[in-house]
Design a protein around this ligand. Structure first.
Ligand code: B12
Length: 459
């Protein structure tokens, strides 16, 4: 045992895994062992130096029941390296005209003459918010000095997002990132402007969290966590606090109504976020839907194969929410977790043939269907392998590009057509006739005879 940060006393297994009326929950001992193994696998992924450090991974390690304190320290150092390099400079210096390479010229009258918003740096509200949440979960707490400039940057990004939402009807990033920004400032006990909060309340009220790529439950849940934090930290007046409480209640009600027969709130990946809302608002024991969701999650732990999805699932599986970070104290914690190496997918003999279709709607593409070919690939291949196979196959000239993100490779360009964040277009992945995939290109493994559609969509 060493001095680290703890979140009150560890919840008992029966509190973590309550039995819903649907029953079917594993014995708490078995479930706890499975969750511990998932934490050990994430630790194994975190130890791989070829992966960029991701603040969500650090948060999941910090919110777990058991730790590898030296491993966590190493991971924090890698994170600090990445973020301090980027945000170590003061915002004022970066806003000075021509303060290239990472200036925010749109904020400066002189610079605006020379630079359009499209050229300017895009806010990183979500990533910075997650990093600040991670720093708050560190023990002993890091120096306050550098943190101040990070908070200033986050406030600035949130203002950019807020201004964007007034101008375009949605934040420049997304309501998911906007909510993370509000949550992180709240956990750091920094005041958030009432208008910024009200924008999020209005989006909740008017049901603006959904988009074609799914993710509505995830966004709704992060917003509800932000509301719960603001209310709990008492940084807002009584009237706003009452509105936030009501919004939180509505969000929980919608989640319960949206729970499918499979027990998930949305899908398997959004369910842990929704569960965090019940944990943060102390509503788990009262709510049979929570027990059903936990049971469903425990039965589907093998869905969590990537570091990003595992990191998002673990806090709820440990009975914790991001709000717990606000009340963390340095205390003794177990230090016996050892990393598990990631399992390689089993080799499958034989071949499959997948039909690959590329669609781009009018008016951008009068032709609509740009590609439609069978592509042979080894059995067990990922969609990314299929795209690679199509690209080397000629003579039909299939081309594509991906961008690395913490969630894995994001398909950004197909047949020379680029999806643009600023225009809110993206290459949607579907299986015929029209089911949107719940995984990215690197993780989805198509079966023989399946038709996969890459469709340029808007969200
Ligand atoms: C907003 C969002 C989107 C937006 C992102 C654009 C934007 N500018 O914000 C759009 C609509 C484009 C999108 C697309 C997709 N998404 Co999405 N998305 C989200 C959401 C709600 C928030 C992501 C975020 O902002 N995170 C915070 C920032 C700080 O973290 P980040 O990692 O830097 O975020 C970037 C990447 O994650 C990337 N991204 C977003 N989604 C996905 C999905 C994959 C597979 C990859 C590799 C990258 C990626 O865009 C983010 C913003 O730049 C998450 C919810 C969640 N629980 O994470 C789902 C989520 C990540 N998406 C998901 C999915 C399945 C997809 C799609 C594959 C859907 C589809 N069938 O086409 C596509 C990606 C296809 C492709 N071209 O490769 C799943 C991933 C599950 C998994 N197994 O990994 C999630 C978890 C939703 C869910 N509950 O199912 N998404």
């Amino acid at each position: 045992m060493r001095q680290v940060l703890g979140v009150g006393s560890a919840p008992s297994p029966s509190a973590l895994f309550p039995r819903g009326p649907g029953g079917g929950v594993e014995a708490p001992g078995e479930a706890a062992a499975a969750v511990r193994a998932l934490s050990a696998r994430l630790l194994g992924l975190a130890a791989d130096p070829s992966r960029d450090p991701d603040p969500s991974v650090y948060l999941a390690l910090r919110l777990a029941g058991d730790h590898d304190l030296r491993g966590e320290k190493r991971y924090l150092a890698r994170l600090q390296d990445a973020f301090q390099h980027r945000y170590g400079r003061s915002l004022q210096a970066a806003l000075r005209p021509h303060a290239a390479p990472h200036s925010h010229p749109q904020q400066d009258a002189v610079a605006t003459e020379h630079t359009t918003r499209a050229e300017a740096e895009w806010p990183e509200t979500g990533r910075l918010a997650l990093y600040l949440l991670g720093l708050r979960a560190t023990c002993p707490p890091p120096e306050p000095g550098p943190q101040r400039s990070l908070v200033t940057w986050l406030k600035y990004y949130l203002e950019e997002d807020w201004a964007g939402s007034r101008q375009h009807g949605h934040p420049l990033t997304s309501y998911y990132q906007y909510s993370l920004g509000v949550l992180a400032l709240c956990v750091h006990r920094k005041r958030v402007r009432e208008e910024v909060i009200r924008r999020l309340l209005a989006a909740e009220h008017h049901g603006r969290f959904g988009h074609a790529g799914g993710g509505a439950v995830d966004t709704e849940a992060v917003a509800a966590l932000a509301f719960a934090c603001l209310e709990r930290e008492r940084t807002v007046g009584a009237r706003l606090a009452a509105e936030l409480r009501a919004a939180g209640r509505r969000a929980r009600r919608r989640m319960v109504e949206a729970q499918g027969p499979d027990g998930f709130f949305g899908n398997v990946y959004s369910t842990p976020w929704a569960m965090q809302v019940f944990i943060a608002t102390d509503a788990c024991r009262m709510q049979p839907a929570y027990g059903r969701a936990m049971a469903a999650l425990l039965e589907n732990l093998d869905a969590f194969t990537t570091a990003a999805t595992t990191a998002q699932a673990l806090p709820a599986l440990h009975g914790r929410s991001y709000l717990d970070i606000a009340s963390m104290r340095c205390r003794e914690e177990p230090d016996a977790l050892t990393p598990l190496s990631p399992e390689l997918p089993p080799e499958v003999p034989g071949n499959v043939t997948v039909r690959l279709v590329v669609e781009c709607p009018e008016p951008r593409c009068p032709q609509r269907r740009l590609y439609d070919r069978p592509v042979p690939a080894p059995a067990g291949a990922s969609l990314l392998d299929v795209l690679r196979a199509a690209a080397v196959r000629g003579p039909h000239n299939f081309t594509f590009d991906t961008q690395d993100t913490p969630q894995g490779p994001f398909l950004s360009r197909v047949l020379g057509l680029e999806a643009r964040q600023q225009k809110r277009s993206y290459w949607q992945l579907l299986t015929a006739p029209s089911t949107s995939l719940q995984m990215g290109v690197a993780d989805y493994r198509p079966h023989d005879g399946e038709t996969l559609i890459l469709r340029l969509s808007e969200w």
